[in-house]
Design a binder for this molecule. Sequence first.
Ligand SMILES: *Cc1c(COP(=O)(O)O)cnc(C)c1O
Length: 341
Amino acid sequence: MQHFASDNCAGICPEALQALLAANDGHVPGYGEDDWTRRVSDRLRALFETDCDVYFVFNGTAANSLALASLCQSYHSVICHELAHVETDECGGPEFFSNGSKLLTVRGEGGKLTPEAVRKTITRRSDIHFPKPRVVTLTQATEVGTVYRPAEVAAIAELAHAHGLRVHMDGARFCNAVAALGAAPAEITWRAGVDVLCFGGTKMGLPVGEAVVFFDRKLSEDFAWRCKQAGQLASKMRFLSAPWLGMLEGGAWLRHAAHANAMAQRLAAGLAAIPGARLLFPVEANGVFVALPDSVQQGLRERGWRFYTFIAAGGARLMCAWDTQPESVDALLADLRELTS
Ligand SMILES: *Cc1c(COP(=O)(O)O)cnc(C)c1O
């Protein structure tokens, strides 16, 4: 049975697994000095059409925390959406690794920051008693399954840069956003003003690992030491990096993301016809947020379905993954129809 609790419930996609097995051949240097890591880094530079710096870490919490820490001094602050993963799901990692930089949360429709809200937060205080805003962080795709358009990213980044702030993007589901927009990866990152991207690999179908991509290479100074100190420098780095090659070569990363997005669309279309089910956010990536009566939620759980309700006030979060089958979506919808009839 497939689950909709998280895209993390899925296994490793075949392309990544194949590359992982291919990398398990012979002795190669550790700590990123291997050919696999070099090739993947070059492949990412080609993908982003720019000479960016690339680092691999084990998970998204570390990627975000270390990236933000590299942009901040301890007396700085980071502006984020109130639903941002960095605020709600990283156990204070960004504050810890930055030695105390404060997160300043902002409200916004559909999980998105707006230039107006960011401007207000930047300009509210400039006195010495308040932590100085230094970074804006955006999540792409957002925590509620919406996607920033290139112009939306650009408007926020332009404002941030005008005030001397840096722009970080939490791209745990970057692949789903790229697939949804049909845009070039460069277009929604550095060309729109993003300085650092945490490019999610795990949810995309890798066994483990995220890439931290610095478009402004000055910002990555000493980042390698930061990773090592945080316990995020993989000794057998090839097993973090090689699966990326399997994903990127031949475009599996985008194909799988488009598939996950399509499954979310199928689910959303089915939900629209179910009485008592109300979509809470536009379905733009691979997540569907739906309000369901408590009895229906309980009925689904009794039938073995797993999903979270902690996000977005009472709604159920249903995530689709690279391997979500149409039959699984249809089986969930069939159970929903029975439970609501
Ligand atoms: C899953 C996720 C992460 C990364 O979480 P880890 O469990 O630390 O890998 C980061 N940001 C968002 C928005 C996520 O959904």
